[in-house]
Design a protein around this ligand. Structure first.
Ligand SMILES: Nc1ncnc2c1ncn2[C@@H]1O[C@H](COP(=O)(O)OP(=O)(O)O)[C@@H](O)[C@H]1O
Ligand SMILES: [Mg+2]
Length: 243
């Protein structure tokens, strides 16, 4: 994705001096004796939108969780903005996630007792930089203006996913990880969700890794890779993967 300037990042953002946002080297994860995948290499630049295609069970969520330091890899390492995330202690990993990462979970993980606006505002509150007008803008950007006071139970699945997207992007993270963000949505809503992600990548020079089994979702990316047990390879001309 093309973008002209690196604007609007939080002031604490380290300058990446033109280097990649994400570097994954030789990453591997196993359960017991069985490797889910190994030898996964990936470099993602600021302003780049990468899709990772793979069938169900191949390890897409595991890969994202390892990158996010929500799961511990059994081989290799992950660097974000030059920091060796996989080797930091848990407190430093939590700090990294809070400041630099926007994670869109497949299952939304919207907090049920908070209003829509409070859910979206949460990352800014945790950073000590509340900003109601930015929350309003974020809701507008995903087509949820006017719904800030509602509780999550009063929203549809597609609306909930857009709350999750607004929350993942509100603090303008350097790295966005999205786990099948349009997997359960109707085509029009899926399109909106992908638009919101693509806009954040181009406007704020975020790096985005989206995992999906859907070729349609992957088509929006600058680059498409395929995950197999042997790691990540260029998808070339991928076959459509049926739902
Ligand atoms: N906690 C776990 N213990 C054992 N196996 C697991 C665990 N979590 C995931 N797996 C296995 O790892 C593989 C990859 O899972 P996952 O990353 O969820 O795949 P995907 O997101 O591509 O559908 C699957 O075979 C799954 O059964
Ligand atoms: Mg998954």
């Amino acid at each position: 994705m093309k973008a002209t300037a690196s604007t609007g990042r939080t002031p604490e953002m380290p300058q990446s001096s033109g280097g990649p946002v994400l570097q994954v080297r030789g990453l591997g994860k196993r359960y017991g004796e069985d490797w889910v995948f190994r030898g996964a290499d990936l470099v993602v630049a600021p302003g780049e939108f990468v899709a990772v295609l793979g069938e169900s069970g191949v390890g897409k969520s595991t890969l994202l969780n390892c990158i996010a330091a929500l799961d511990r890899p059994d081989a290799g390492e992950v660097e974000v903005l030059g920091q060796p995330v996989s080797r930091l202690d848990e407190t430093a990993q939590a700090h990294f996630r809070r400041r630099h990462l926007g994670f869109v979970f497949q299952a939304f993980h919207v907090l049920p007792h908070l209003s829509v606006a409070q859910n979206v505002a949460l990352p800014l509150l945790l950073l000590g930089t509340p900003d109601d007008s930015r929350v309003e803008q974020a809701l507008q950007a995903v087509g949820l203006q006017g719904l800030g006071e509602r509780l999550p139970q009063q929203l549809s699945g597609g609306q909930l996913q857009r709350v999750a997207i607004a929350r993942a992007l509100i603090h303008r993270p350097a790295l966005i990880l999205a786990d099948e963000p349009s997997g359960n949505l109707d085509p029009a809503t899926a399109q909106r969700v992908m638009d919101a992600l693509a806009r954040q990548v181009s406007e704020h020079r975020a790096a985005c890794v989206l995992v999906t089994h859907s070729l349609g979702a992957a088509r929006r990316a600058d680059r498409v890779l395929r995950l197999t047990a042997e790691g990540l390879t260029a998808a070339g001309d991928p076959e459509p993967i049926e739902h």
